[in-house]
Design a protein around this ligand. Sequence first.
Ligand code: NDP
Length: 483
Amino acid sequence: GTANIGVVGLAVMGSNLARNLASREGNTVAVLNRSRSKTDELVAAHPEAGFVPAFSYEEFAGSLQRPRTAVIMVKAGGATDAVIEELVRVFEPGDIIVDGGNALFTDTIRREKAVRETGINFVGMGVSGGEEGALNGPSLMPGGSDESWATLGPILRSIAAVADGEPCVTHVGHDGAGHFVKMVHNGIEYADMQLIAEAYDLIRRGTGKSPAEIADVFAEWNRGELESYLIEITAEVLRQVDAGTGRPLVDLIVDQAGAKGTGAWTVQTALSLGVPVSGIAEATFARSLSSHPEQREVSRELPGPAEDSRDALRVDDVDAFIEKIRLALYASKIVAYSQGFDEIRAGAAEYGWNIDLGRIAAIWRGGCIIRAQFLNRITEAYAATPELPVLLTAPYFVDALTRAQSAWRDVVATSARAGIPAPAFSSSLAYYDGLRAERLPAALIQGQRDFFGAHTYKRIDKPGTFHTLWSGDRTEIEAEDTH
Ligand code: NDP
């Protein structure tokens, strides 16, 4: 074999990743695709890359140096299983199979276990940054064994995005850890996008500014603490004018948000781990709500706030209003990221992964959709306190939340009074107030649960587990701890 790495699956992601690999000193890249045409096209279009094309799995395995290393970039799901089966057939113990597709982490855990029994290494790797990232530098989140990382590490470091001089790749943890972290990255991305959309909506309806004028606001925000790729592209999208009609493009786009399912995975996983990722959940549900035109159609005539409440949004001081929204956005963003890192922390505990949370924030600074300077603050927070139980309690974030406090409450109250949906803003604030509450009405819930299901409760004033005889004489008895 002459190639030191191979790529299977040459659609947009795979061919770009193969080109990225081939462009690095010392790499020779073998390429294979199910249907021959993609391979022929890629090799013909990029003679400079020196690809070693293969047209069967046997030929592919033969073209690779030992230990063989192959990255799979095919459609997630059954296609990935089919390719793994073929590779396992032609590879040998010690070889490395990397899945760079968007696999569900539980599939990765299953695949890693099955492949490991053959002596071959299996690495599930999250790849972020879309096609542009795959070509010029993605953020890479590999899981898998330490042994695989020893071989893969240098190759991955050479093709990853670079942020502040550091490649955006780290060995996240064993088996499904990489795909888990990629999943949460996407969930955070949903929340960040929804928060930006809510900010835009409030500014537009509150000030009557045009999309192009609001683009200027976002461009200005991009010079401050909100600086990020998503804020930057928001300005670009808002500034776009439709060539045919001369109207802002955003006003011509159907207002139904699509989703490929990674946000839903993040929320489903959080539900089973018992982690309240309310910002990500609201963002995911907001996309679902938008995508039911039949329900929105029949709901259009539902009553809204009375005329005088709608005045809530009549803005006198436009600049002050926009500044409040900026602060509310920043505070809600801190909550969303804090919740996402909470999910990673809980996932690591559940699945036995040793994940360095500060490193995760660091490798998201380049290549990723959520890349932002802000992520440095997260790295610093975990550097100072690695076992930080709630990210938003780090001093820097407490300062930011203190500064944003009254504006955040104002914006949520104003949106409620004016009848403008701001689900991510308001749920973030509710989460924040829930965390800081001295007492929660969960005490009442425990009473209700004990009433109808004898689920028992604990008391603040003495140890033990108790049950009240609700249907009897309502005396309290000490109960067996059923938990
Ligand atoms: P697609 O997800 O569209 O998958 C197409 C590729 O899968 C083709 O090479 C196709 O081969 C191959 N394929 C499909 N079924 C099979 C099968 N049964 N056996 C063998 N090969 C099969 O390609 P993308 O490049 O968009 O994405 C690749 C992976 O990367 C996906 O898992 C995706 O989720 C993930 N990803 C994508 C990102 C993006 O921005 N697009 C970002 C990050 C990850 P053929 O040519 O023969 O049909």
